[in-house]
Design a binder for this molecule. Structure first.
Ligand code: ZN
Length: 453
């Protein structure tokens, strides 16, 4: 197929021209390309052509306490593609008593034959001993080059300081990257217990039990641990000005630290916890939504390169039927929000409003995350030889975001009523058109597992 008359945008520049895709790859980019015999032509008439979005932080088909996330690989990746994201990197986990391999096998089963876009995994590590150490190497041989640790939730998935340090040393040994969820687990558990005794039904106790400094302290500690282990580290979902400042300072000193934030921390704030009728439960996630000042600081961190990537932490739970479980006890509200489908349009709209260029937005949404996790330039770049994952975007199509029209398998969106002007019009996944003029036309889920370098 020949896609004509687009503004082809990459992180490092743009050109007006045409793009040919064949057998799943981009085979030619140039000006005024001539159609080959019987070649299908799509004239995009001055629209932007961007590399397909790369969302490196999702939780699909994941058990969480008493619940299971509402999206499975079928609905989750369809929603991703409709929103312009053509690669997802999901967190694979294992249960207590299982090996890492059991968890990885389980995640392969969840995704295979159901995913509408290419995918890979970060493997969660929730402890450390000799057998886990050996397993990390074996998991790496299977194309998983990034792992995840939590500095909170020590009663379940989280790790203690000694384990965290040993995992980081092992990352150094293997040349792999650790993603870390940073909150001080001990402090927040104490606060949570105290606040629960006072009033378990008050949702405002959720953010109160996780003040900014629980994040900042953990980010600071993790960065120091990584320095002592002499290894890069990736900080997930940065939500506070204090944590952004710590990361900025570490980068300034030359330490290899990567950081991510999410649209919810750039666009929503703690006033959502004031909503009546349990509505606030929709916004219970960890870390929680913060203040206006934090939002502003995070935008500045995005602008000056302190933040490398914007991912979603998509983790959807039904408002009716799942979030409800915590009506009497805020600690039982499943933590997480949907967002996989809205990331691109929201970030393009609000990013451009902030004055970010399309190139910078492409870097944040596709190129840089692909690079950090070893799938670039097959993903995250429009160039000859790269995968034909591309998104055609119109900038003059104002519309309102609504759960009614989204494909995420959940009964709300945190962005209900947000008006955006950018619209994802067409999406190609591996050279096959999945979205056409706003509608879904893909027949089969043909997403492949990506091995990372
Ligand atoms: Zn997450």
């Amino acid at each position: 197929m020949l896609i004509k008359n687009g503004i082809i945008v990459n992180a490092d520049g743009r050109m007006s021209g045409d793009l040919r895709i064949k057998d799943g790859k981009i085979v030619k980019i140039g000006e005024a390309l001539k159609a080959e015999e019987a070649e299908e032509i799509l004239d995009v008439n001055g629209a932007y052509i961007l590399p397909g979005g790369v969302d490196v932080h999702t939780h699909i088909d994941m058990p969480a306490g008493e619940c299971m996330t509402s999206d499975d690989y079928s609905s989750g990746t369809k929603a991703a593609v409709m929103g312009g994201t053509t690669t997802v990197m999901d967190f694979a986990e294992y249960d207590e008593g299982e090996t890492l391999q059991d968890g990885l096998d389980c995640w392969h089963k969840k995704a295979a034959g159901k995913a509408y876009c290419d995918y890979s995994f970060h493997m969660t590590v929730s402890g450390f001993d000799e057998s886990i150490k050996e397993e990390l190497a074996r998991i790496k041989e299977q194309g998983i080059t990034s792992f995840k640790a939590y500095t909170a939730y020590q009663d379940g998935i989280g790790v203690n300081d000694d384990q965290l340090f040993l995992i980081l040393q092992q990352m150094k040994e293997l040349g792999t990257l650790l993603c870390v969820h940073c909150e001080n687990g001990d402090v927040l558990r104490c606060l949570q217990q105290q606040l629960k005794e006072r009033d378990a039904s008050d949702i405002k106790n959720h953010p109160k039990s996780r003040p900014n400094l629980t994040e900042k302290e953990a980010v600071s500690r993790v960065i120091d641990f990584a320095a002592m282990a002499d290894v890069p580290v990736y900080i997930v979902h940065v939500s506070t000005k204090e944590a952004a400042e710590v990361i900025r300072e570490a980068k300034r000193k030359g330490q290899k630290v990567y950081a991510e934030t999410c649209p919810q921390y750039l666009l929503l704030d703690e006033s959502r916890y004031e909503l009546p009728d349990f509505e606030s439960a929709k916004y219970v996630l960890s870390p929680p939504l913060r203040t206006e000042a934090d939002k502003e600081a995070l935008w500045e961190a995005v602008e000056d390169g302190t933040i490398d990537a914007v991912s979603t932490d998509h983790c959807s739970f039904w408002f009716h039927g799942q979030k409800d479980l915590g009506r009497e006890d805020f600690t039982r509200i499943p933590n997480g929000m949907p967002g996989i489908e809205t990331r691109m349009e929201l970030m393009l709209h609000y990013g451009r409003k902030r004055g970010l260029t399309m190139e910078k937005l492409t870097e944040l949404l596709s190129a840089k995350p692909a690079e950090i996790f070893g799938i670039y330039p097959e993903k995250g770049k429009l160039q000859e030889g790269s995968d034909a994952d591309l998104v055609i975007v119109r900038e003059d199509r104002p519309h309102k975001i609504s759960a009614e029209t989204l494909n995420e398998e959940v009964d709300y969106t945190p962005y209900e009523g947000f008006e955006v002007t950018y619209q994802i019009q067409d999406v190609f996944v591996g050279g096959i058109q999945a979205k056409k003029e706003g509608g879904w036309i893909l027949k089969k889920p043909e997403g492949r597992f990506l091995t990372c370098r």
